[in-house]
Design a protein around this ligand. Structure first.
Ligand code: UDP
Length: 326
């Protein structure tokens, strides 16, 4: 599919963005936002956890191009690129338990290739890092200055350490090659286009509630998370890329809740008659997690706007027909 010509109707040069993981849950939402803001977008995805369904609505859009490729392999693109957004990675604990080597490779080799592309094109680079770099945190809430408490050989090590390596590599490219870089640490995010069976708590609880199955709370449900709606998150990431902030920035919703409270919220929102059952807590499951977003507030003038009730309503509306049609 050819991309549109280089000048917009206003005569300004159209920006070109490359989004790795562009067919994934968050990558595809970013693609939509970039197109709506006038970028030409090239999405690269090997479809291991992403899906063409997430970008099917863009078929025929001349500003959009999709390349099916593993980003751990050399990335060759003709033409100029202004921004590289490195979103590719399995991101659910169930996925990276099943795909530990791919997860390590995309976080390390994939980040290397994406940085190499940005260097070659003189583009600005943004790494999607994660709250998992804080591990099972001993500091609460987590500011960007906290170095974390990660088990490198535990079940989450493949993801956590790959992302920590990716941050180090990004900073190395910044220092050694003077590349313009940004690092976002993403906290739990939810919304339409999450996979029904990706194992994360939001699709798990919603699909169980909609199907009338027991809601599986792991452990005693006292562990906490805070959930950010996808549109809030993508807006924060966009602002970060366009800002001058080179240090890592947490983007997430600081409204913290226990998993038991979250199960009850999902039951209320779906008007489900499902009951709650308790299952063993997976190894190294962080006991608490909440972003300190002071840096994002100050430097990006960003804070989440979508309340859990609203976000759940839209996410449930997305899942409802998909649950039935299974
Ligand atoms: N969880 C749960 N039941 C499920 C799936 C997850 O209680 O069916 C819990 C999980 O143990 C964790 C929290 O929900 O404490 C968030 O899990 P998720 O897999 O979404 O991501 P994490 O934040 O752990 O990376």
């Amino acid at each position: 599919m050819a991309l549109a010509k280089r000048k917009s109707t206003s005569g300004r040069r159209v920006k070109t963005s490359v989004v790795t993981g562009g067919a994934g849950f968050l990558g595809s939402h970013l693609v939509d936002l970039l197109l709506s803001r006038g970028h030409r977008v090239i999405a690269i995805d090997n479809l291991v956890t992403g899906s063409v369904n997430n970008i099917a609505h863009l078929a025929g859009n001349t500003s959009f191009r999709f390349i099916q490729q593993d980003v751990t392999e050399y990335l060759f693109l003709e033409g100029s690129v202004d921004y590289v957004w490195h979103f590719a990675s399995p991101a659910s604990p169930v996925d990276y338990l099943e795909l530990p080597i791919q997860t390590l490779k995309v976080g390390s080799l994939g980040t290397h290739k994406a940085l190499g592309l940005a260097k070659e094109k003189g583009a600005r680079f943004l790494l999607t890092s994660t709250s998992e770099v804080y591990g099972d945190p001993l500091v609460h809430p987590q500011p960007e200055t906290y170095w974390g408490n990660v088990n490198p050989i535990g079940p989450r090590g493949c993801y956590d350490e790959a992302k920590r390596f990716a941050e180090a590599l990004t900073i190395a490219y910044r220092n050694q090659h003077r590349l313009e870089t940004r690092i976002v640490r993403i906290f739990n995010t939810y919304g339409p286009r999450m996979r029904l069976r990706d194992g994360r708590v939001v699709p798990a609880f919603i699909s169980q509630a909609l199907e009338g199955l027991p809601i599986t709370v792991f452990g005693d449900g006292s562990q906490t998370r805070s959930f950010c709606y996808c549109s809030d998150l993508i807006e924060g990431i966009y602002r970060l890329m366009m800002s001058e902030v080179a240090d890592p920035v947490n983007i997430g919703n600081p409204t913290e809740m226990t998993m038991l409270e979250f199960a009850e919220a999902v039951i209320r929102a779906t008007r489900s008659r499902s009951r709650i059952v308790f299952r063993p807590l997976p190894q190294d499951d962080p006991k608490q997690r909440r972003p300190d977003i002071a840096r994002a507030r100050k430097h990006l003038a960003w804070a989440p706007r979508v309340a859990l009730r609203e976000g759940l309503r839209d996410t449930i509306a997305y899942f409802r027909p998909r649950v039935r049609s299974r």
